[in-house]
Design a protein around this ligand. Sequence first.
Ligand code: NAP
Ligand code: G4F
Length: 342
Amino acid sequence: MARRALITGITGQDGSYLAEHLLAAGYEVWGLVRGQANPRVSRLRRLLGDVRLVRGDLLDQGSLISAVERVRPDEVYNLGAISFVPMSWEQAELTAEVTGMGVLRMLEAIRVCSGVSSSRTADPSGQIRFYQASSSEMFGQVRETPQNERTPFHPRSPYGVAKTYGHFLTQNYRESYGMFAVSGILFNHESPRRGAEFVTRKVSLGVARIKLGLAGELRLGNLEARRDWGYAGDYVRAMRLMLAAGAPEDYVIGTGRTHTVRELVEAAFSAAGLDWERHVVRDPSLHRPAEVDLLCADPKKARSHLGWEPSVSFEELVAQMVESDIRLLSDGGDPDQESSWP
Ligand code: NAP
Ligand code: G4F
């Protein structure tokens, strides 16, 4: 029988790639969606007609229990979150509720529906396997470089703090109840489906607008921050591998290469034959209250235990995103509309 997966956050970037990946592997895929009229749901339906939907919200414990009871998944991927770091200062409590407490609610739904009532009573053979979308933002002000599974955390935003709670809770449910629960500590990963507010997509859309004469400048914040950027399609493969492993363990997923935002900007403008210095305007209002200056993964464990490797380089990724956005805008597409996903 086909394995059954339930994905929270299925309308987001990673949810769409993970759903595609699992469908191709023969899974029955269910997505948890909230709200009545979410244009992201119709965008997903257009892209992936085979996905089944169940209503629910990470803020609502009962809805998660009902969703797990109805779907009876073999695997749950918890990707739902408020994931834009600047928003986490503006709506810190909501971020704690969705990105942090949402993990507790999902784990509780699985525990209750699996009938695990006391410590370490779970039977590993018939368990619902749980993946938590943790983040390199937990490393924050980094204690060492590159960062691996043993690097201590020092989160720098309410988002990073909420993710750290979710990470430790996932470990705690594994240790307390013997659940197959894993935390994937993923570094930044991008694609033509990335939300327009994140810097890579903001830059690729900005370059496309300038190239097509639709804009003259691009306003950006801190150009010196360094990130380890990879391709989202590669990272969802790692999620599945973690749940298919013989034992539940946490993994760092990244490329092991780091670039400044300035290097990203240079690469993106040059992919379109443009000189970035003529168009980029530094805007101090886009700087963050506390910045994460440097992220760089040490993905050795994922390579040796899971056989995972990234397949798309930074340069290829940036060029693909720029090309995709030039095509999108040339065809009259609107990046904010449901029709825009390649
Ligand atoms: P994304 O595009 O921002 O998607 C976030 C998803 O969360 C959306 O589907 C959204 O659904 C859903 N969501 C928001 N509030 C919810 C709620 N109250 N209940 C249920 N679902 C809710 O994020 P992404 O880039 O795909 O990232 C996926 C996950 O990985 C997130 O947890 C993110 O924090 C984490 N992560 C991402 C990266 C990265 O570089 N992309 C790196 C490390 C970790 P709606 O359509 O209903 O808003
Ligand atoms: O693209 P960003 O907004 O991503 P950030 O903050 O690194 O977070 C992303 O990756 C995390 C994994 O490490 C995820 F957990 C999280 O959910 C999200 O997907 O910003 C990247 C860098 C920052 O240093 C920021 O200060 O780009 C810098 N930046 C400079 N100008 C800008 C801008 N970021 C944005 N969004 N917009 C700017 O104009």
